[in-house]
Ligand binder design. Structure first.
Ligand code: 4NP
Length: 161
C-alpha cells in the first residue's frame, strides 16, 4: 500500500510545523506504523529557509522527548499539492495562503486545519509562538500532541495508515 503522505504547514517552518512533523512521527512510531507514513513540513514564507527549527521551540520539544530535525523550506505548490495526501495548516492565515497557492480546487481539498483533529483542545488554531514567551511554546506542543493522536485516528477511520 502507498504511504500516507502528510505535510504540515505554518508561516516560517521553524516553530509549529517542524514540531507537528516531529510529534506526528513519534505518534506513528509508537503505534509501529512509521513505515506507512511519509511526513514533512514547510512554510508559506521563506523567511528562514535553510535554517533549523527555532532554538526555543527545540528546547521545549526536547523536554517532551521530541527532537526537531527538519530544515526550513517554503511550500512548493506544484510539487507539494501533487505529492501529499494531507496538507495541514496551523492557522487561518496559513490555510488562506495555501488556498491561494493550490493549483486547482480539486487539489485544494487536501487542505485542513491542525485543530480539526483535536480531541480534547478547543482552540481553532495553533497560535504563533514566535513573538511570545515560554507558555506559547508549551501551548503549541499541548495542541499538537492532542491533534496528532486525532489525526492518526482520522486516517485510520478513512481506511489508510
Ligand atoms: P512558525 O513561527 O510559523 O510557527 O514557524 C514563526 C516563525 C518566524 C516568523 C513568524 C512566525 N517570522 O516572522 O520570522
Amino acid at each position: 500500500m502507498d504511504k500516507v503522505k502528510l505535510l504540515f504547514v505554518c508561516l516560517g517552518n521553524i516553530c509549529r510545523s517542524p514540531s507537528a512533523e516531529a510529534v506526528m512521527k513519534a505518534v506513528v512510531e509508537k503505534q509501529g506504523k512509521a513505515d506507512r507514513f511519509f511526513i514533512d513540513s514547510a512554510g508559506t514564507e521563506a523567511y528562514h529557509a535553510g535554517e533549523p527549527a527555532d532554538r526555543r521551540m527545540q528546547r521545549h520539544a526536547v523536554n517532551r522527548g521530541f527532537t526537531l530535525t527538519s530544515i526550513s523550506r517554503k511550500v512548493q505548490p506544484i510539487v507539494d499539492f501533487a505529492t501529499f495526501d494531507y496538507i495541514i495548516a496551523m492557522d487561518d492565515q496559513n490555510i488562506r495562503d495555501l488556498r491561494r497557492m493550490a493549483p486547482n480546487e480539486d487539489l485544494a481539498r487536501k487542505l485542513s486545519l491542525m485543530t480539526d483533529y483535536c480531541q480534547v483542545h478547543t482552540e481553532t488554531s495553533v497560535p504563533d509562538p514566535y513573538y511570545g514567551g515560554a507558555a506559547g511554546f508549551e501551548l503549541v506542543l499541548d495542541i499538537l500532541e492532542d491533534a496528532c493522536e486525532g489525526l492518526l485516528k482520522h486516517i485510520e477511520a478513512n481506511g489508510r495508515g
